[in-house]
Design a protein around this ligand. Sequence first.
Ligand SMILES: [Fe+2]
Ligand SMILES: [Fe+2]
Length: 260
Amino acid sequence: MLLKASPAFSILSPPQKEVLNHLFSSGSSVNSNLRFSSAKNGTGVVVCASKGAHNSSLTGVVFAPFEEVKKELDLVPTVPQVSLARHKFTDECEAAINEQINVEYNVSYVYHAMFAYFDRDNVALKGLAKFFKESSLEEREHAEKLMEYQNKRGGKVKLQSILMPLTEFDHAEKGDALYAMELALSLEKLTNEKLFNLHKVAARNNDVQLADFVESQFLAEQVEAIKKISEYVAQLRRVGKGHGVWHFDQMLLHEEEVVA
Ligand SMILES: [Fe+2]
Ligand SMILES: [Fe+2]
């Protein structure tokens, strides 16, 4: 640690420095920690607090970089199958990310099935088909974002099975559009709950980086998606099963952005 001298010391000349060194050479409790030397331009005095017993007690923290780095150096993997980047990343967090990847893929698959249904010639609700196609793609992008994060942290992506979704979305009372949108709302709420679980695992493992990733990249967007799909459900409940659905579908067809 290097402490600049106060202005009063700074104006001392080199001969005066010798006097100060003599004064502090014995009998003082601080003499082991203070030295006086000429500043670079030779006109001033710099007070140096040298390493000693009293120095560390100021904060109780001693950083010995060259000693401490040896421990880290011993931990650098030499086996090619092991990640070099992995640091403070538990197996539980790694597994939880893989589970969330699976959730996103499953939701993507259901939305893709809905796209295929509404795109049929005898259903022909092109706006809903477009909405679910874009939603499916977005869920896959969520999965990919998690995959990239898994790799960034030194984990391994393990893809799991995807369940077979429904093929038919018609419903006797609700009709197909409302039924599919209610299903989408349930899926978004389920995804939100799974994201909370992922965040809980991060918190339990003191993984602040994973917690921050979930918060900043997923949670806000999930709230937006739930709000938007809730509004669609409310609108579809108003319009009934017939002519109104066609207008709703046209609205979706000409809408710019999809949030799901
Ligand atoms: Fe998602
Ligand atoms: Fe979503």
